[in-house]
Design a protein around this ligand. Structure first.
Ligand code: HEC
Ligand code: HEC
Ligand code: HEC
Length: 415
């Protein structure tokens, strides 16, 4: 009995300590540890700079529903524990940010604390935006303030317990929110710092390319080393992962979504290119590319052509000839050109077939060039046929002999 009492007291004291710690960190989360101005030289009025920075930070992709009003919110994010919707960022007084002060906005974007102290879920990537310079965040506000106010009430989030409790978020933040503010690294030149800012504070490349721990927080010690996010594999983009890319190829991929010998971007990355990296000035994009490649900038050895090991009599080969070859010609030497050129793509060289199966199921409707979009085949083909198609694609273009099953195809069509 006595032991139980002591144990209870210990538990209560520990809990109170944790709560006090979280409260303390919550106050600290608003302290700016950096300088007011960021490393990018963007010309123009605050609103013009804000427009550029909002693109570089990819705010649009998450806060605009495809075909909907710009920045009116409502994009659904399906997480392992429920669904959450992005907010309306237009100046509407009832459903948007009308009446928000500069402090309100900066705290929401960088610290995840919205007006009135309501905590945001890290689905809004404040752990990344923590590194943004204050004046850059305010420029984005100036830009948003100038857009038409749209009345659009966003659905409430639907999360299972305990994730539904916003009050628990300070606890998570206490462990995983980095200090807020931008500081340049004096050990590197201006160009490197610009690239780092574009990749790690604005571009939030890590939100998809960095693996997460059990608490859904980014593992900073494995930054950009590859992860699976929302069913898509975002490959290793550290300088090691990008060892086969030249400066020109990576620049072309981030500018246009295609690089000869590296395929064409699909899925969520297609959106990142369209809304973000394609919008950067040539100079800023070059800084990003140089930062990513690091010292691995020597021209890569000419790629050894991959030898097909596909069986031309297989079910996959037959389906491919009838359905896919029109856009992805088998005779790569003649007809295949961007964006149908599959040679060298990471997706066709990945034995798990994750992105290939997902593409076959969902198609690639993202981005702006709807004309060239790849259709979805989840209805047209059974899971067995989709697995056969993927096995053929990996054998034909990746020189691999995977044994993907109908179960794999089924898993790749779940949200
Ligand atoms: C990866 C998707 C994503 C990106 C990128 C993103 N947001 Fe968000 N944002 C969200 C989601 C989801 C919410 C709602 C979070 C919640 O309800 O807890 C949100 C909430 C917000 C809020 C709070 C609004 C309110 O009414 O409480 C602000 C302000 C905001 N975002 C601004 C921005 C800005 C500015 C950018 C670009 C610098 C940006 N967001 C980029 C997903 C995103
Ligand atoms: C919303 C998630 C998401 C974000 C944010 C994101 N990526 Fe990606 N990225 C992906 C996915 C998924 C793929 C695989 C696409 C495919 O298979 O066609 C990918 C592929 C790539 C590739 C090709 C790698 C290869 O081996 O083929 C590069 C390079 C890349 N991303 C760079 C970036 C950079 C730089 C940023 C930040 C500016 C970024 N990504 C942000 C999801 C993302
Ligand atoms: C109407 C033309 C069209 C058809 C039909 C089509 N695709 Fe695609 N596919 C594309 C385009 C365009 C892309 C590039 C992504 C984008 O722009 O959305 C692509 C991308 C891909 C990729 C990813 C390339 C990369 O670099 O990661 C694979 C794999 C693929 N398709 C396989 C298939 C298979 C298998 C079929 C048949 C079941 C098929 N496609 C049918 C147009 C098509």
């Amino acid at each position: 009995m006595r032991n139980l009492k002591i144990a209870l007291i210990v538990v209560v004291v520990v809990l109170l300590g944790v709560v006090a710690f979280a409260k303390y960190r919550d106050g600290q989360a608003l302290v700016d540890h950096g300088v007011a101005d960021g490393p990018l030289a963007v010309a123009g009025t605050a609103a013009e700079r804000g427009r550029y920075l909002a693109a570089a930070a990819d705010c649009t992709a998450c806060h605009t529903v495809a075909g909907g009003e710009e920045f009116a919110g409502g994009v659904a994010f399906t997480l392992p524990f429920g669904t959450i919707y992005s907010s309306n960022l237009t100046a509407d007084a009832d459903t948007g940010l009308g009446g928000w002060t500069d402090e309100d906005f900066v705290a929401a974007v960088r610290s995840g604390i919205a007006r009135g102290g309501r905590h945001l879920y890290p689905a809004h990537p404040y752990t990344t935006y923590a590194g943004m310079a204050r004046n850059d965040v305010l420029a984005i506000k100036a830009y948003l303030d100038g857009l038409p106010a749209v009345k659009h009430a966003v659905p409430a989030s639907e999360l299972s317990f305990p994730y539904s409790q916003r009050g628990l978020l300070p606890l998570w933040n206490a462990f995983y929110q980095p200090p807020v503010g931008f500081k340049s690294d004096p050990g590197h030149d201006g160009n490197w710092n610009r690239g780092a800012y574009l990749a790690n504070a604005l571009g939030h490349c890590g939100e998809c390319h960095t693996p997460r721990n059990f608490a859904y927080a980014l593992r900073s010690e494995q930054a950009l080393s590859g992860a699976t996010t929302r069913g898509w594999k975002a490959y290793d983009i550290t300088s090691t992962g990008l060892a086969g890319w030249t400066l020109e190829a990576l620049d072309a991929y981030l500018a246009t979504g295609h690089a000869p010998g590296h395929g064409t971007t699909a899925g969520p990355m297609k959106e990142v290119v369209a809304f973000d990296t394609a919008q950067l000035t040539a100079d800023d994009r070059r800084a990003l590319v140089q930062y990513l490649l690091g010292s691995h900038q020597a021209p890569a050895a000419p790629a050894v052509p991959i030898k097909s090991v596909a069986d031309p009599a297989s079910l996959g080969a037959n389906l491919y000839a009838g359905t896919c070859a029109g856009c992805h010609a088998l005779d790569a030497g003649t007809a295949a050109a961007a964006p149908g050129d599959l040679r060298g793509a990471s997706s066709v060289r990945d034995p798990s077939g994750t992105n290939v199966l997902r593409l076959i199921a969902e198609g690639s409707p993202h981005g702006s060039d709807a004309g060239a979009a790849m259709p979805a085949f989840a209805r047209a083909y059974s899971t067995a046929e989709r697995a056969a198609l993927a096995n053929f694609v990996l054998a034909q273009w990746g020189g691999l002999t995977p044994k993907l099953t109908p179960n794999d195809a089924e898993a790749a069509s779940r949200p």
